[in-house]
Design a protein around this ligand. Sequence first.
Ligand SMILES: Nc1nc2c(c(=O)[nH]1)N(C=O)[C@@H](CNc1ccc(C(=O)N[C@@H](CCC(=O)O)C(=O)O)cc1)CN2
Ligand SMILES: Nc1ncnc2c1ncn2[C@@H]1O[C@H](COP(=O)(O)OP(=O)(O)OP(=O)(O)O)[C@@H](O)[C@H]1O
Length: 190
Amino acid sequence: MTLSLDEQKQEQRNAATSRRAEIAPGAAADSAAERFLDTFADLSGQIVSLYWPLGSELDTRPLLRRLHVLGVICALPVVEKADHPLSFRRWDPDTVLEPGRFKVLVPANSAPTVTPDIVVTPMLAFDALGYRLGYGGGFYDRTLAGLRARGSCRAVGYAYAAQEVAKVITDRYDQRLDYMVTEKEVRKIS
Ligand SMILES: Nc1nc2c(c(=O)[nH]1)N(C=O)[C@@H](CNc1ccc(C(=O)N[C@@H](CCC(=O)O)C(=O)O)cc1)CN2
Ligand SMILES: Nc1ncnc2c1ncn2[C@@H]1O[C@H](COP(=O)(O)OP(=O)(O)OP(=O)(O)O)[C@@H](O)[C@H]1O
C-alpha cells in the first residue's frame, strides 16, 4: 500500500508523539536554557519569541524567565486563524495568559503585537538538516516564510535531544531551522 505524503507525515507524527511522551524531563529545561544563553550572548534590542509549553514539549519557562531578567523582549505565538501565519504578543512575568486555539495559553489581546528577530520553535521531531515536524497546522512554516521574506529572522528549534529522527518527511513548504538547541548541544545548521 502506498501512503500519501500527508499520511506518511501523520504516521511520523504519531510515532514522534509517543516517543516524546516517554522522555523524562530531568534537568533538560535548565540545561537547554543555559546552552541557548551561551550561544545567543548578545540579545540586546532583539525580540525573541518562545512558546508556552504544551503536553510533553521541552519546557521553555526557565529560558523565558532568564531572558526577561536579562532585559530581552519576549513574545509568545498566537494562532489567529487556520491556514494563516502566527502573530506574536509581548510577554513578561505579569502578562495574563488565556486559552487560545488548540488550548494553548496566549497573552490576552491587550498585550502589544511584536515582530520577532528570533523564533524559538516547538516540535514533535527534528532531523540533522534542520527540518522539523509540528502538529500539522503549518503555522511555523507560514510564519517563517513570511518573516524571512520581509527581512532577517533566525529560527531556533528547541527540543529534547531524543526527539531527533534520521529524516523528517517534508513537503515543499517546510522551512528549515537555523539552529537546533537541545539539553545536550547547540547545532548551527548550515
Ligand atoms: N507550545 C506550543 N505553542 C504553539 C504551537 C505548538 O506546537 N506548541 N503551535 C504550533 O503550530 C501553535 C499552536 N498550534 C497548535 C496546533 C495543533 C495543536 C495540537 O494538535 N495539539 C494536540 C495535542 C497537544 C498535546 O500534546 O497535549 C491536540 O490538541 O490534540 C497544538 C497547537 C502556536 N503555539
Ligand atoms: N507557506 C505555506 N503556504 C501554503 N501551505 C502551506 C504553507 N506552509 C505549510 N503549508 C501546508 O500546511 C500543511 C501543514 O504543514 P506541515 O505538515 O509542514 O505542518 P507542521 O510543520 O507539522 O506544523 P506547525 O508548523 O504548525 O508546527 C501542509 O499541508 C502544508 O503543505
